[in-house]
Design a protein around this ligand. Structure first.
Ligand SMILES: Cc1cc2nc3c(=O)[nH]c(=O)nc-3n(C[C@H](O)[C@H](O)[C@H](O)COP(=O)(O)O)c2cc1C
Length: 352
C-alpha cells in the first residue's frame, strides 16, 4: 500500500470532512502541508486559494504541484467564470487532487475586483453554474467554502437560499465560515475576527439540509470544542489554531478518526522527518527557510520552544545546512530546559 493510500484509509463511516485544516494564503503552501501531514494522517488539507487566472495563464506546475504524502488534499480555487473553473477542475483531477473547492468567502478588495470570493454569495446562480461546469468537466468532488452572509445581511434565509441553490447544481459539501464577510470597511485580517461568530446558523443549515455534508469553520480551537461542534455538524475546519499550535494535531487521528493506538510520534521523531524534507529542499536548490517558517511552532508549549524558534529564525538568511541549525537549536532548547529545572520558580515565559 502506498503512503497516500494509507493516509486516506479511514473508517468508511467517518466523513472525509470530519476534520480539516483551512486554506490560508501564504501559509498552507506545499511545505506547510507536508509538515502538517507529519502530525495527522487523516485531517483533510487544503491548498491556499489559487486563482483560475494564475493556473490557466501562469506556471501550472508551480501552482499545482504537491507532495504525494499530502493526500488527502484539496485544491481551493478563486474564480467565477464557469468555463475557467471547469478547465481548472480538469487540471486538478489530472494533477491528482482529491477535491476541488470554490472560495466564496474571501472578502479582500483585490478578490472583489476579480468578482470572486465572498462577493459571489450575492450571485448564487453564477456559483451554481460554476459548480455544474466543474462537475461536468471532472469526476472530482466539488465543494464550496463560504460565509453566513455578506455585509449587513444577517438573516438565515440568505445563507439557506445560497446553499439550496448551489446544492441544486450538485454540490453536496459546504464548509461554512460562521461570520459575515464585510466587503468594505474591514481588512481581510480584521474580518477573520469581526463581526462575531454565529455558529448556530451553521447548525441550523445541517438540521435543514440533513442530506448535505456541512462543515463548520471559525474560531474553533480546542479538541473539546471540535468534539462539541461535531454533535451538530459533519465536520470542523480549523485554521489559525492548527497553524500556530501544530502539536495539537497529533491527537486528532486517535480522537476523531478512530485510530486505536495513542499517537506514536514524538516531537524528536517529527523533527527528524522534517529535517529529511528540508535536506531534500536544499538538494533541489531551494532555501530551507521557505519551508521552515511553517514549522517554527513544533516545540510550542514546552520549555525551550522560544529559544529553539529563535535559533532557526536567526539563521534563515545564513548559509548553514538545516541539520547544523537543528543541532544549535536543540542545544539552545535543552539549555533552556535545564535552566527551567534549576529555577522552577521562573515564570514559563522566561524559559519557553
Ligand atoms: C493567513 C490567512 C490566510 C487565509 N487565506 C484564505 C484562503 O486563501 N482561502 C480561504 O477560503 N480562506 C482563507 N483564510 C480564512 C481561513 O480559511 C478561515 O476561514 C479563517 O481563518 C477562520 O478560521 P479560524 O478561526 O479557524 O482561523 C485565511 C486565513 C488566514 C489566517
Amino acid at each position: 500500500m502506498t503512503r497516500s493510500e494509507k493516509n486516506q484509509q479511514v473508517r468508511s463511516d467517518i466523513s472525509p470532512w470530519r476534520l480539516s485544516i483551512a486554506p490560508m494564503l501564504d501559509w498552507t503552501d506545499r511545505h506547510c502541508r507536508y509538515f502538517h501531514r507529519l502530525l495527522t494522517r487523516h485531517a483533510l488539507l487544503y491548498t491556499e486559494m489559487v486563482t483560475t487566472g494564475a493556473i490557466l495563464h501562469g506556471d501550472k506546475p508551480r501552482h499545482l504541484d504537491f507532495n504525494a504524502e499530502e493526500h488527502p488534499v484539496a485544491l481551493q480555487l478563486g474564480g467565477s467564470e464557469p468555463a475557467d473553473l471547469a478547465a481548472c477542475a480538469k487540471l486538478a483531477e489530472q494533477w491528482g487532487y482529491d477535491e476541488v473547492n470554490l472560495n466564496c468567502g474571501c472578502p479582500s478588495e483585490r478578490v472583489q475586483r476579480g468578482a470572486f470570493g465572498a462577493c459571489l454569495m450575492a450571485e448564487p446562480a453564477l456559483v451554481a453554474d460554476g459548480v455544474k461546469a466543474m462537475k461536468d468537466a471532472a469526476s472530482l468532488t466539488v465543494t464550496v467554502k463560504h460565509r453566513i452572509g455578506i455585509d449587513k445581511i444577517e438573516s438565515y434565509d440568505f445563507v439557506r437560499d445560497f446553499v439550496g441553490t448551489i446544492a441544486d447544481a450538485g454540490c453536496e459539501v459546504f464548509i461554512v465560515h460562521a461570520r459575515n464577510a464585510w466587503l468594505q470597511g474591514l481588512s481581510p485580517k480584521e474580518n477573520r475576527d469581526i463581526p462575531p461568530l454565529r455558529h448556530e446558523l451553521v447548525h441550523r443549515l445541517k438540521r435543514e439540509f440533513p442530506h448535505l455534508t456541512i462543515a463548520i469553520n471559525g474560531g474553533i480551537k480546542t479538541d473539546d470544542e471540535i468534539a462539541e461542534q461535531l454533535q451538530y455538524v459533519d465536520g470542523v475546519m480549523v485554521g489559525r489554531q492548527a497553524y500556530h499550535e501544530p502539536w495539537q494535531m497529533t491527537q486528532w487521528d486517535q480522537r476523531f478518526f478512530g485510530e486505536g493506538a495513542a499517537p506514536v510520534v514524538s516531537r524528536e521523531e517529527v523533527e527528524e522527518r522534517w529535517l529529511g524534507y528540508l535536506d531534500r529542499q536544499v538538494a533541489q536548490g531551494r532555501p530551507w527557510s521557505q519551508a521552515m517558517r511553517h514549522a517554527l511552532g513544533l516545540w510550542n508549549g514546552l520549555p525551550g520552544a522560544r529559544r529553539w524558534r529563535q535559533v532557526w529564525s536567526d539563521h534563515k538568511l545564513k548559509a548553514l545546512a538545516p541539520r547544523e541549525v537543528a543541532r544549535l537549536a536543540t542545544q539552545a532548547r535543552l539549555q533552556a530546559v535545564e535552566s527551567a529545572s534549576q529555577h522552577p520558580a521562573f515564570p514559563a515565559s522566561v524559559t519557553n
